[in-house]
Design a protein around this ligand. Sequence first.
Ligand code: CA
Ligand code: CA
Ligand code: CA
Ligand code: CA
Length: 277
Amino acid sequence: MRALTYVTGIVLLSVGTTAFAGKVFDGQIKAGSYGEFINCAYPNTVKLDGRLDDLAWTVAPWQLFGAKDATVPADNDADASVKFSVCADENYLYFAAHIADDKVNSNENTKCDVWNDDSVEVYVDMGNEKANAYDINDAQITIGADTVDAKADVKTSAGILGGCVGITQGPTTETIAVGTKTNDGWDSEVAIPWKNAGWSVKLKDGLVIGFNVQYNDDDDKGGRDSKLIWSAQEVAKGEGSWNNPSLFAELRLTNMVLAVSPKGKLTSAWGALKTTR
Ligand SMILES: [Ca+2]
Ligand SMILES: [Ca+2]
Ligand SMILES: [Ca+2]
Ligand SMILES: [Ca+2]
């Protein structure tokens, strides 16, 4: 742990006055601009089992927000950081997160209060209106570590998820979420439907939706300890995505099947990504 802290310190020194510690990892498509937008390739499907070993996740672009990309920072990236990716098929927007968290804490605060336990939050503005208040196509979906090893179906997830704000509340979005424990934290794999009571989205190359990701780290029970945020403008202006979609960043859809090369070998992009992970 001491060695890890030392390495993190060196990294922070080396970036000097750079405002954000976040990183992007290009895959078969470019990852986008850190804290501003992420590219999302479709049609690509993953098996929703909390394991991020699907082909799509190995070649998709990823972005990482760290301990200092926050309104309430964590100690270092081993304490809390999130590397996430997205892809989509005609039914779902898929979200994957590899979460580094030195103490995974769950089942103290549940359902609408799960934001006080370890939880990753996904925000969507399906119409990308960027309004100052939630409309029917905006949602906060809070996915607690209590989704680890949960059954991957709508009914189970609806009984676990938080995000009880606005009109289309997180637990009613028909989102499915399942996680797994890892050596340095937990992984989360999530499917958000393109069609539900709040919105109906038809996939189109170049379509942009409002999108944001956050992490609540709780290591010592009670309330959360830190608040990590991907959207760069929200970090700058102060936390508020839970009631203000204009603070979200964006997700851009790109029509591209993420796949192996015609020769049946994984592309060089996958090799490059593998070495950076
Ligand atoms: Ca999977
Ligand atoms: Ca932690
Ligand atoms: Ca909206
Ligand atoms: Ca924690």
